[in-house]
Design a binder for this molecule. Structure first.
Ligand code: ZN
Length: 205
């Protein structure tokens, strides 16, 4: 049976781990989101939970897996498309879950919590290293990142996912967020940029 999985990497940029007061991990922190969490940007209003406390934005590069991955496969063999995404977190809910030692699912897996732009052909490591990605709210740049700041690169992330869960065609990987995460407010106009190019936009509903 074929289903699509959404995997996410936590604390993959050291500065983001530090801003939340977390230790920098020595192996990737992995979690997943249910498929109804996924929504593609087209300029629309995206409805988010009300009355559950703060919802934080995390802009991330998203990789799309082309085929069933075998151990040892190279990124370039199994990923031909990339996108930008926003991994949303109910931060207050997550803080309580962490205190209780419970899974993050309620804080990370709600409907529309995995926003993604349309995909484009993967540009390779060198181009990515020359291209910052950024998240703009109401015309102000709030987060900016570059893959050079990642602790676990795309290859390490894919290797880890294959070892732990397996990876198949259509699976998505959110590869972690740089520092600058913070709350979204209803009505915020949000844009995702790859270099100077806008790849997607949405309005918080
Ligand atoms: Zn994230």
């Amino acid at each position: 049976m074929k289903t699509m999985n959404i995997y996410c990497i936590g604390r993959n940029y050291a500065n983001h781990a530090r801003e939340l007061g977390n230790a920098v991990p020595d192996q990737p922190i992995l979690f997943s989101k249910p498929s109804p969490a996924l929504v593609e940007t087209n300029g629309q209003v995206i409805s988010l939970p009300k009355d559950q406390g703060e919802i934080h934005h995390e802009i991330e590069i998203v990789l799309k897996i082309d085929k069933d991955v075998k151990e040892g496969d190279k990124v370039s063999d199994v990923v031909s498309k990339m996108a930008l995404g926003v991994d949303l977190t109910l931060r207050d809910v997550q803080s309580v879950l962490k205190e209780q030692g419970h899974p993050w699912l309620r804080a990370k897996g709600f409907k529309n919590s995995a926003i993604v732009t349309p995909f484009w052909p993967c540009e390779g490591k060198e181009v990515c290293e020359k291209t910052d990605f950024s998240f703009v709210i109401n015309s102000e740049t709030i987060q900016k990142g570059n893959i050079q700041e990642m602790m676990f690169d795309f290859q390490a992330i894919i290797d880890e996912c294959v070892n732990c869960f397996g990876l198949g065609e259509g699976d998505l990987i959110y590869t972690g967020t740089p520092e600058g995460v913070g709350p979204l407010q209803s009505g915020d106009q949000c844009q995702l940029y790859w270099g100077k190019e806008e790849k997607g936009r949405f309005v918080v509903g």
